[in-house]
Ligand binder design. Structure first.
Ligand code: FAD
Length: 384
């Protein structure tokens, strides 16, 4: 007979582990029998999550750094932004996985197995791995992999692709209070391109070159940009102590939330913000929504986590604008940050704003682009 669990969490990355942790924090759900499956041991530092936050979180003990100030700039102007009441924060994946596993290990009702999932049957809730077969009334599927990621025809997919280096310098170069959110002082090539700097101390920082475009570049093509930027920052003698080369999908596709007994979560469930590529905060928010519904006794047919339609629409519009070579992204982002301020923009991107506040963001779009944006009104029907 197949081993049966009340919930199976397929994929123990950000979404899977966040959901599991939140289940344990719920008085009503903490005793459910849960199986977490991942093909990987989740013991390497395979990414760094950064995000803005103004709230206390379960993950506060493993936050590596917080920045109260930020910079958004291009070749003409530099916006020095006070992020208050937010901080920009960073969390490394390795301590995140270890912290979650240690916490989940305290619960006898939660089992973590390193097995590769071969198939998930939506009708029966049966999960077949390379080792065994399991069954559940609800399978939360977050088994995302970049190489097999596909979208429906007629939807737009831009990759946010980047190469970053964590460097240690001999001299003091960085301001550990100020994060460079976007430095557009680089040829845009009709795309969106910027540098991103997370200074952990005066001598240590992550420096990243990021592009939003349809195709991912071979790794070596980012190197000249990174070398040049290090010179601009005044970096001389230094050591590269870590590297990051990867890509995040940004798409206006409306992801299915559910199929039979399977609830799609994480990247597979559309948790990545289409207009920014950020997924950490949305994952916290959307898994919390799922928990609330489970606590109220919602059955699998009624579980919902999709963003409100107006936010899906704004995301689609911004994504199409970023894909339009006649819209110069630095002008757009600098106008948004300078006219409405970092805090309001963050709250808009976190989908916490009312329509009147959204209107301020819409009005902050530079006049020269307003007509171009109007042409994207047709996307309202596509995001249904
Ligand atoms: C390098 C990188 C940096 C990022 N940085 C940020 C950031 O700074 N801020 C931010 O907000 N977002 C960031 N993101 C976006 C997003 O937050 C992450 O991609 C996040 O990890 C997505 O969570 P997930 O659970 O969907 O996917 P993952 O965390 O990738 O988890 C999916 C899991 O499924 C497992 N899996 C896949 N197939 C199978 C299978 N067949 N059997 C068993 N297990 C399987 C994988 O091993 C993996 O553990 C970043 C993404 C990347 C790739």
């Amino acid at each position: 007979m197949n081993k049966s669990y009340e919930y199976i969490i397929a994929g123990g990355g950000l979404a899977g582990l966040t959901l599991a942790v939140q289940l344990t924090l719920s008085q009503k759900l903490r005793n459910k029998s849960i199986l977490i499956l991942d093909k990987d041991s989740k013991s390497s530092n395979d990414r760094t999550w950064s995000f803005w936050s103004r709230e206390k979180s379960f993950f506060d003990p493993i936050i590596t750094h917080k920045w109260p100030r930020g910079i958004v700039k291009d070749d003409k102007q530099c916006l020095q932004l006070e992020l208050d009441p937010y901080n920009y924060q960073t969390l490394h994946a390795k301590p995140f996985y270890a912290f979650c596993k240690e916490h989940l290990g305290k619960f006898n009702n939660i089992v973590w197995k390193q097995e590769k999932i071969l198939s998930i049957d939506a009708h029966s809730g049966r999960v077949v791995t390379d080792t065994e077969t399991y069954e559940s009334q609800i399978v939360f599927d977050s088994t995302y992999s970049k190489d097999s990621f596909k979208i429906k025809p007629k939807t737009l997919l831009l990759w946010q692709h980047f190469k970053g280096e964590v460097i240690e310098t001999e001299e003091a170069v960085f301001d550990p209070q100020t994060v460079t959110i976007m430095d557009f002082d680089t040829d845009q090539h009709g795309q969106t391109r910027f540098f991103y700097v997370l200074p952990f101390s005066e001598r240590k920082a992550l420096i990243e070159y990021t592009i939003f475009s349809k195709n991912i570049l071979p790794e070596v093509e980012y190197d000249p940009y990174l070398q040049q930027y290090k010179k601009i920052l005044g970096v001389k003698q230094h050591q590269v102590i870590d590297k990051e080369y990867n890509a995040i999908p940004m798409t206006d596709q409306v992801f299915p939330q559910r199929k039979g007994k399977v609830i799609f979560i994480g990247t597979k469930g559309g948790f990545i913000k289409a207009s920014s590529g950020y997924g950490f905060t949305a994952t916290q928010r959307k898994t919390a929504q799922i928990i609330k519904q489970l606590e109220k006794g919602s059955t699998v047919e009624h579980l919902k986590h999709r963003s409100e339609k107006r936010f899906r629409f704004y995301d689609a519009v911004l994504l199409h604008a970023l894909d339009n070579p006649s819209i110069h992204s630095p002008d757009l982002f600098l106008a948004l940050f300078s006219k409405i301020g970092a805090a309001n923009l963050f709250s808009f991107l976190d989908e916490e704003t009312h329509f009147l506040e959204d209107l301020q963001v819409i009005l902050a779009v530079p006049n020269k682009y307003k007509l171009k944006f109007m042409k994207y009104l047709y996307l309202w029907r596509r995001v249904s």
